[in-house]
Design a binder for this molecule. Structure first.
Ligand SMILES: NC(=O)C1=CN([C@@H]2O[C@H](COP(=O)(O)OP(=O)(O)OC[C@H]3O[C@@H](n4cnc5c(N)ncnc54)[C@H](OP(=O)(O)O)[C@@H]3O)[C@@H](O)[C@H]2O)C=CC1
Ligand SMILES: N=C(CCC(=O)O)C(=O)O
Length: 444
């Protein structure tokens, strides 16, 4: 048994009811054995034991009243995982599946993702089991106001700066922002992904999706390949999926399928992103509505079948564990050459293992979807300096950062003898920077 094996066994014992957290911790730790061979000092200082224990977890009651006058009660969380590199930074997720295990998975991933950006930000994640889908604007507002009334005790520009994630878009960030300003009486950068008119940054809405394509484009370029003419399937049709599809099409690819939680649409000639935007961003409806304007499009219920469509590139942009081993096998058998994760941990460990074994180019989410948090930090920089950069200025900084992330994980993978394995490259590159910061700051 290695040091990592011992730590993992103890982690499973201490967290017996957190399968999602253990799943992602296992993947990360399996990449780190080689690090501890070169850095025995990390083991002496118990860096790994401290890295895997959140610095703080808050859980709180969120009472609110629905449009029928009925009292509702939800549960809110903020997992402030690691601040060795700077103030906590990470999204808020509103979805009925939210629980501590999933938020610790996301928080652990966020530490490494934020480290890979090269920016001075720690890792956190939060949210609630509240599902905004089907709720009126007034109900979403009342929920957000109640949620922020409690969360504001734990966040701040130099402490913890949340942002959006599943179920938390421009509308939700606006209500959260308004409530914070009202009760804290401070107009400060306490949330990113805000509206442009009240201090938000251009490109933040597009950033995760655009950044995914920028890092994919760099990986293709390194192989003498281009997006031009490639057929792409994208899971999800939310913020990340829409803007990944938009940028891929701008660069000459064809997006032939997209999904939501109810089903997927497929058109070999290409999906109209402006119409998907209209359905999802403006009307907040199901992707099935796409057939109203494009009746020849194929629609299938259930998002799972999406992965059986033949494509060159697969971009899972919906949610964790949406792409399992069977789906990975279908993609590989159909000749997929590139997989880049827009979502957080969308590929199961078995699917990831199969992708890596098959030799295709696989970019893990902690590197590939870091464009969102990168641009969140650009938003913080603009707000603190009361500047407002142009779209092109922010977009070029985003692109540069995604290229840098790719080069860093590629270099680290080679340095540790795992050339082309970007899961190892990302986990080692992200971890070493955090570990060195933790060593420098003593036993805290
Ligand atoms: N927003 C951001 O800044 C970032 C987000 N991410 C990650 O990207 C992913 C998508 O987030 P985002 O686009 O912001 O979220 P959105 O809420 O905007 O969109 C989520 C999309 O995924 C679909 N979806 C949600 N749950 C499931 C499910 N269980 N099965 C199938 N489809 C599902 C939704 O379908 P439906 O419309 O039917 O609900 C929707 O199309 C998440 O993993 C998130 O953590 C990563 C980095 C940054
Ligand atoms: N949801 C996000 C965005 C986090 C942020 O912009 O602070 C993520 O990186 O998963």
């Amino acid at each position: 048994m290695t040091y990592v094996d011992d730590v993992l066994e103890e982690l499973k014992r201490k967290n017996p009811y957190e399968p999602e957290f253990i799943q992602t911790a296992t993947e990360i730790l399996r990449c780190l054995n080689v690090v501890f061979e070169r850095h025995p000092e990390f083991q002496e200082a118990k860096i790994l034991e401290r890295f895997l224990e959140p610095e703080r977890v808050v859980m709180f009651r969120v009472p609110w009243v629905d449009d029928n006058g009925e009292v509702q009660v939800n549960r809110g969380f903020r997992v402030q995982f690691n601040s060795a590199l700077g103030p906590y930074k990470g999204g808020l997720r509103f979805h009925e599946t939210v629980n501590l295990s999933i938020l610790k998975l996301l928080g652990l991933e966020q530490i490494l993702k934020n480290s890979l950006t090269g920016m001075s930000i720690g890792g956190a994640k939060g949210g609630s089991d509240f599902n905004p889908k089907g709720r009126s604007d007034a109900e979403v507002m009342r929920f957000c106001q109640s949620f922020m009334t409690e969360l504001r005790n734990f966040i701040g520009p130099d402490v913890d700066v949340p942002a959006g994630d599943i179920g938390v878009g421009l509308r939700e960030v606006g209500y959260l922002f308004g409530q914070y300003n009202r009760i804290a009486n401070r107009h400060t950068c306490v949330l990113t992904g805000s509206g442009i008119e009240y201090g938000g940054s251009l490109v933040r809405r597009e950033a995760t999706g655009y950044g995914l394509i920028y890092i994919l484009e760099e990986a293709l370029r390194a192989r003498g390949e281009f997006l031009e003419g490639k057929k792409i399937i994208v899971s999800g049709s939310g913020n990340v999926a829409i803007y990944a599809a938009e940028k891929a099409i701008q660069l000459g690819a064809t997006v032939i399928a997209m999904s939501d939680s109810k089903g997927y649409i497929y058109d070999e000639n290409g999906i109209s992103i402006p119409f998907v935007k209209h359905i999802k961003e403006e009307e907040r409806k199901c992707i099935y509505e796409y057939l109203n304007d494009f009746p020849d499009t194929i629609y299938k219920e259930g998002s799972y079948g999406l992965w059986s469509i033949k494509c060159d590139i697969a971009l899972p942009c919906a949610t964790q564990n949406e792409l399992d081993e069977d789906s990975a096998r279908k993609l590989i058998d159909n000749g997929v050459k590139y997989v880049a994760e827009g979502a957080n941990k969308p590929s199961t460990p078995e699917a990831t293992k199969l992708f890596l074994k098959s030799g295709l180019m696989f970019l893990p989410g902690k590197a590939a979807n870091a464009g969102g948090v990168t641009t969140s930090v650009l938003e913080m920089a603009q707000r603190s300096s009361n500047m407002h950069w142009s779209f092109d200025e922010v977009d070029s900084r985003l692109k540069r950062n995604m290229v840098e992330i790719y080069r860093n994980i590629d270099k680290m993978a080679k340095e540790y003898g795992f050339e082309g394995n970007y899961v190892v490259g990302a986990n080692i590159a992200g971890f070493i920077k955090v570990a060195k910061a933790m060593m420098a700051q003593g036993i805290v």
